[in-house]
Design a protein around this ligand. Sequence first.
Ligand SMILES: *[C@@H]1O[C@H](CO)[C@@H](O)[C@H](O)[C@H]1NC(C)=O
Ligand SMILES: *[C@@H]1O[C@H](CO)[C@@H](O)[C@H](O)[C@H]1NC(C)=O
Ligand SMILES: *[C@@H]1O[C@H](CO)[C@@H](O)[C@H](O)[C@H]1NC(C)=O
Ligand SMILES: [Zn+2]
Length: 289
Amino acid sequence: QPHCDPYSWGDLFPSCHPLLEHHHSPINFDPHMPRSDSLGPLHLEGFDVTQPGHWTLTNDGHSVLLQVGSGMAVSGGGLLDEYHTIQLHFHWGGPATNGSEHTVDGRRYPMEMHIVSVKSVHPNMSAALEDPTGLAVLGFFIDVVYADNVHFGHISQMLSSVAYKGQTAKVKPFPLMGLLPRHNMSQYYRYYGSLTTPPCSQAVVWTLYQVPIYISWSQLAQFTSQIFATEEDAEQVTPLQNNFRHIHPTFGRSVTASRDAILPKGAAGRPIRAAVLLLPITFLGSFGL
Ligand SMILES: *[C@@H]1O[C@H](CO)[C@@H](O)[C@H](O)[C@H]1NC(C)=O
Ligand SMILES: *[C@@H]1O[C@H](CO)[C@@H](O)[C@H](O)[C@H]1NC(C)=O
Ligand SMILES: *[C@@H]1O[C@H](CO)[C@@H](O)[C@H](O)[C@H]1NC(C)=O
Ligand SMILES: [Zn+2]
C-alpha cells in the first residue's frame, strides 16, 4: 500500500522526495504575500454551459474523480497558454478532522477540490508532466454550512454508486460554474508546484481561490464516512480518509496574490522583492518538515 503514507512515496517514486530547491505541493499560504497586479481573473471557457455526452465519476482508491470529457478550457489570469480541462477530484479529512491540501495561515479547510487542465500543446499526459507549466490546477477550498449546496448535489448524490475502489458511475453533465464560488473569483493565490500524488511531477501552475465553496455537513459526511479505499469484496474494509499530502516548504518560490485578492491590512502592495528578502527565514524554518 505505497500510497497510504505520503511520507513514504519517495521510496517508490524518487520524484516525490521533497529535496532542497524542489518545488512541491501543497504549501501553506502566508497571508503576508506580495500582490501581482498582472494577475486578473481567469477565463473559464465552457464552464457555464451543459456539455454534451456523459461524464464519469470514479473511485480510484485515492480520491473520487469526475472525468469531464472535452469542451472546457482555462486561460488568462497570468497563464501563458490555453489549458484543456480533463477532470476534477477531491481531498478530504475524516469525520472530525479537516482535509484540504493547502492551508491558509495554518488553517486547514474541511475539503479541497482540484480542477485539472492540460496545456493544449501537449498530445498526452506524459508530455505535459515533463513541462514545468504543463498542467493548470484550479484549487477551491470547501467549507461547511447547514444548507445543502444543490449544485454540489450533482456529485454528492452519486457518491453511493462509487463507494468502493474501482467503481464508476455515469454522471449527466451540468454547468461546472454552478459548483464554483459565485463571488470574487478574481481573488486567488498563484504559485508553481507539483502534483500532490505520485509521481509528484513539478509540472503545475497552481491557482487557489480565496472564496471557498460551501457545502452542508451531510454532504461533507458523504465523503468522510461513505467512501472506501478498498474494493467491495475486500475482507477488511478501509474508509478513504485524510487523502491529502503534507505541507511543503516554498524554498524561496514566489507565491503571489492576485490583483483583487484580500490580504491583511499592511500587506497589500508589498513589493515582490519582499519574498526574496524573506528567503533565509523561510529556508531555515523549513528544516524538520
Ligand atoms: C476546520 O474547519 C472548520 C470549519 O471550517 C474550522 O472552523 C476549523 O478552524 C478548521 N480547523 C483547523 C485545524 O484548521
Ligand atoms: C506523448 O507525446 C510525446 C510528444 O509528442 C511522444 O514523444 C510520446 O511518445 C507520447 N507518449 C505516449 C505514451 O503516447
Ligand atoms: C468580495 O470582495 C469584496 C471586496 O473586494 C468584499 O467586500 C466582499 O466581502 C467579498 N465577498 C466575499 C463573498 O468574499
Ligand atoms: Zn488533487
